[in-house]
Design a protein around this ligand. Structure first.
Ligand code: NAP
Length: 252
């Protein structure tokens, strides 16, 4: 799948929301989707960083994007409903959501994990994707070919010492993705999958592994084939899966 080659206009005509589009994997995913023809809604919490992504997409001549600023730890049900209403009013459609925004929290033993940090991580990594998806489902159901992609991590598949709320939130995302895929399979055109980027050169990775030389870790640009595959029509019929962006093709 790492070798998937997307056609240049794979996402033409589609409207795709990317959370955490200001930095790291989300920034590259948003610009990559735009480069393949999508109108991208850039969601994040830091306006200046989102504006820089917006400007880069416009300067490259891709479809004009949009910006939505939201702090995911405090966003309310009403805020997410307002997001859905705005998308409906401005674009009249929504064909994809990449739930990418995430926080690491503390890397520390359970015994010492701070409950407030736990709650913060859970709100950003698990509650926000759940409530946002709930608000966006009516719009997604109107799309002829919609894709929801949640972002997981290897520690969400198998718990690992010291990863605390981050690991638990990602395990929750895996389960949320599965149950939603199951609920929507026979009743809609929406596919729902989890994607594990794998070790990727971003601020989060550098925080989690301070002793690592970032240049030994793949850049976000190298993991985009699977993001494109899941967001575009070639993944029709694939739902309820948890995939790895850096998985080696069977022949490698
Ligand atoms: P990153 O570089 O730290 O970027 C995180 C993004 O999420 C930024 O756009 C950030 O906005 C946004 N964000 C964080 N907290 C937010 C909040 N409270 N409200 C709104 N937006 C918020 O992280 P990344 O490495 O690209 O990670 C992207 C996703 O991949 C995450 O879900 C992460 O768990 C997952 N992942 C990453 C790796 C890896 O090796 N990098 C491995 C496995 C899974 P600001 O720019 O404003 O801070």
């Amino acid at each position: 799948m790492k070798n998937y080659e997307a056609s240049p206009d794979l996402l033409r005509g589609r409207v795709i929301l990317v959370t955490g589009a200001s930095d790291g994997i989300g920034r590259v995913a948003a610009t990559t989707f735009a480069a393949h023809g999508a109108t991208v809604i850039l969601q994040g919490r830091t306006l200046a960083k989102l504006e820089a992504v917006y400007d880069a997409i416009e300067a490259a001549g891709h479809p004009q994007p949009a910006i939505v600023t939201q702090e995911l730890s405090t966003a309310t049900v009403a805020d997410f409903q307002q997001l859905a209403d705005t998308i409906e009013r401005e674009f009249g459609r929504l064909d994809g959501v990449l739930h990418n925004a995430g926080v690491l929290g503390d890397i520390t033993p359970m015994e010492m994990y701070d409950p407030d940090t736990w709650d913060f991580v859970m709100r950003v990594n698990l509650r926000a994707p759940y409530v946002m998806t709930q608000a966006l489902l009516p719009l997604l159901k109107q799309s002829p070919d919609a894709s929801i992609v949640f972002t997981t991590s290897s520690v969400g598949r198998r718990g690992r010492a010291f990863w605390g709320a981050y690991a638990v939130s990602k395990a929750g995302i895996e389960n949320l993705s599965q149950l939603l895929a199951d609920e929507l399979r026979n009743t809609s055109n929406i596919r729902v999958n989890c994607l594990n980027p794998g070790a990727t050169r971003t601020r989060m990775r550098a925080t989690a592994y301070p002793g690592e030389d970032p240049m030994t870790v793949p850049a976000p640009e190298t993991i985009m084939p699977l993001y494109l595959y899941l967001m575009g029509p070639d993944s029709r019929g694939v739902s309820g899966e948890s995939l790895d962006a850096q998985e080696r093709p069977p022949t490698a």
